[in-house]
Design a protein around this ligand. Structure first.
Ligand SMILES: [Fe+2]
Length: 298
């Protein structure tokens, strides 16, 4: 029997009574899946998972993605994306150092954006007894439901463009500014032409219906949305700023304080998330991410 403990007002729950290293019985898995979609973000503490076990558990939800950044995948486990600030013996990043500085949902720039991501924490940075590198999540469904009626009407039927190119240039610009301030330097993998071709821009509705729960949510994010289609650049900018500010109001946010052994999953059709860069080497952070493919946003 699993226990589900809701933490945030609109999202975030701890699920206990489950050992994810073992295959779950069908009824237990069904309970876990229901608790996950009901709570949008769910985590399991004190797990001991090999890459194979993480892959096996998350594969129960669907087909696993292999990230466009080949260099950041775990050797012999292409379904696992390494998210870490660690370097190899040559000083190169062992995985993706960019844990997500802007609010985003994973792979929203793909034609079939990710259904869910699962992050397993192996090492977390600790300073003066405090764990650093929190991840924050915002419920786009609760945020949509709380919008004023006139805003709902305004965005009904509007589409936005999710663009990996837009994200790359925004990220590079932000890093330049960060470095100019003497901040953290993040190594970037440069994508090949073929890798870039595999992620063309996509148009999606701003208001997306969740494929499982059928709840409506806001499917725009500051990392990947380049603009709203069919309105002036000024109006696009104005509406997007309004929506971005709304989604991250404290009542819609759950912030996760990591422990080693956490397996945390989030629903990319229902939440956005953002990393905190308040740690650096020699403080070590090492996480393994698996991502389940979703369906086109409608
Ligand atoms: Fe992310």
């Amino acid at each position: 029997m699993i226990t589900v403990n809701r933490i945030g007002k609109h999202l975030g729950a701890e699920i206990s009574g489950v050992d994810l290293s073992k295959p779950l019985a069908d009824d237990t898995f069904a309970q876990v899946a229901k608790a996950f979609f009901d709570n949008e973000v769910a985590f399991f503490r004190h797990q001991k998972l090999t890459p194979e076990q993480q892959v096996a558990f998350t594969r129960r939800f669907g087909v696993l993605e292999q990230h466009v950044r080949k260099e950041s995948r775990l050797k012999d486990h292409p379904e696992i994306l390494i998210i870490s600030n660690l370097l190899d013996e040559n000083g190169n990043a062992i995985g993706s150092q960019d844990a997500g500085r802007f609010w985003h949902s994973d792979l929203s720039y793909k034609k079939e954006p990710s259904m869910l991501s699962a992050l397993y924490s192996l090492e977390v940075p600790v300073k003066d007894g405090r764990v650093l590198g929190d991840t924050s999540f915002a419920s786009t469904t609760a945020a949509y439901e709380a919008l004023p009626a006139e805003t709902k009407q305004r965005i009904d039927g509007l589409k936005n463009v999710h663009s990996y190119r837009f994200y790359r240039s925004k990220n590079i610009e932000a890093q330049k500014q960060e470095q100019a301030r003497g901040g953290r330097v993040i190594q970037e993998h440069v994508l090949t032409d073929d890798q870039l071709k595999s992620v063309p821009d996509v148009e999606t509705p701003i208001v997306r219906t969740h494929p499982v729960t059928k709840r409506k949510g806001l499917f725009v994010n500051e990392a990947h949305t380049s603009h709203i289609v069919g309105v002036s650049p000024e109006e696009s900018e104005r509406l997007l700023s309004e929506l971005y500010a709304h989604v991250i109001k404290p009542e819609f946010v759950y912030t996760h304080h990591w422990q080693p052994g956490d397996l945390l999953m989030w629903d990319n059709a229902a939440v956005q998330h953002k990393a905190t860069f308040d740690y650096d080497l020699p403080l070590r952070r090492l996480m393994h991410r698996t991502t389940v493919r979703g369906t086109a946003a409608v």
